[in-house]
Design a protein around this ligand. Structure first.
Ligand code: MEV
Length: 313
């Protein structure tokens, strides 16, 4: 019973989602509080794939795996091997469809496990290539930021098609991620932003440019360790994302709960229309307080991560 294991962690976009699809920069960071483990066992017979995803509780996920099954088939073919005599088991603590990089992380963990199982050397380029093939099937036309962040394992400053520049930073601050409990609708949101730009180019492009401007300011604020300013920039970005039409009532509600409870800033994260929001807090005590308030006010789950100060938890 040989076992190969592949691990990948989730991600959060700090700022720049949606604008990144239209050429603006975005800042994203890995989120080690959530992760995926893919294990491959030898077992005679046709291939079986068992997936257990966290959805408030662990549940089996038989559907929405077309991206994954496609790359599994193509990777195994590329090794001249057969899709039999092994079993794949995936377990993920990243809630799916919440803007936390679940699909990219599931793909990356599985690609790593497959290459290990078939004793093939895996380059970062191949990993990024396969992960994006899966992401395209799942999301249509993604910017690639999810796969890049999951693979990079450190914060990145990402510009579509150009670069993913590692942007390692340590901030004396805490990030709270809160799940609305509603499935995010990334592809619908991305399509609607495109429609808005087509119908009203002046308004659409201006909003996208404002987001790009805020992302560059956020980078400066992080470099000068100004967490108060970073928080303000995050809140401004949320207002613009709302104008772009990618927020919803529950996200707006949780953002205002965070701001009423002394968050330094708060915004939706990822594709929007559901999924998760993030809030910035100066201390661990404040982060815990905020997290409790968010749960009391309707968040389904929360995660706290320090921003690299004493190792992520
Ligand atoms: C999704 O995590 C981020 C979006 O910007 C879409 C993308 O970049 O592909 C909304």
């Amino acid at each position: 019973d040989e076992i190969s294991i592949g691990i990948a962690i989730g991600k959060v976009i700090l700022i720049g989602e949606h604008a990144v699809v239209h050429g603006q920069p975005a800042l994203a960071m890995p989120f080690p509080a959530t992760k995926v483990k893919t294990a491959i066992y030898r077992k005679e017979g046709s291939l079986t794939l068992d997936c257990f995803f966290y959805n408030g509780f662990f549940s089996e996920v038989p559907d929405r795996l077309l991206g994954l099954t496609t790359i599994i088939r193509d990777i195994v073919n590329s090794f001249d091997e057969k899709l039999e005599d092994f079993r794949i088991r995936i377990e993920s603590t990243i809630p799916p469809e919440r803007g936390m990089g679940s699909s990219a992380a599931v793909a990356v963990a599985t690609i790593r496990a497959l290459y290990d199982f078939f004793r093939q050397p895996l380059t970062k380029e191949d990993l990024f290539k396969w992960a994006n093939i899966s992401e395209k099937i799942v999301h249509g036309n993604p910017s690639g930021i999810d796969a890049a962040t999951v693979i990079g394992e450190e914060p990145i400053y990402y510009i579509k098609g150009k670069s993913f520049i590692p942007f390692p930073f340590k901030l004396d601050a805490y990030l709270i991620v809160a799940d609305t409990g509603e499935l995010g609708k990334t592809q619908a949101a991305v399509n609607d932003v495109r429609k808005l730009i087509d119908l009203n180019p002046q308004k659409g492009r201006s909003l996208i440019e404002q987001l790009g401007f805020l992302t560059r300011n956020a980078k400066d604020a992080i470099e000068s360790k100004d967490i108060v300013k970073l928080g303000q920039i995050m809140s401004k970005a949320h207002l613009i994302l709302d104008k772009l039409g990618v927020s919803n009532d529950k996200l707006n509600h949780l953002v205002s709960v965070a701001m009423r409870n002394e968050a330094l800033g708060a915004k939706l994260t990822g594709g929007g229309r559901g999924g998760c929001m993030i809030a910035l807090a100066a201390t661990k005590d404040e982060a815990i307080k905020l997290s409790n308030k968010l749960i009391l006010n309707g968040a389904e789950n929360t995660w706290i991560s320090n921003m690299g100060v004493d190792g992520n938890e």
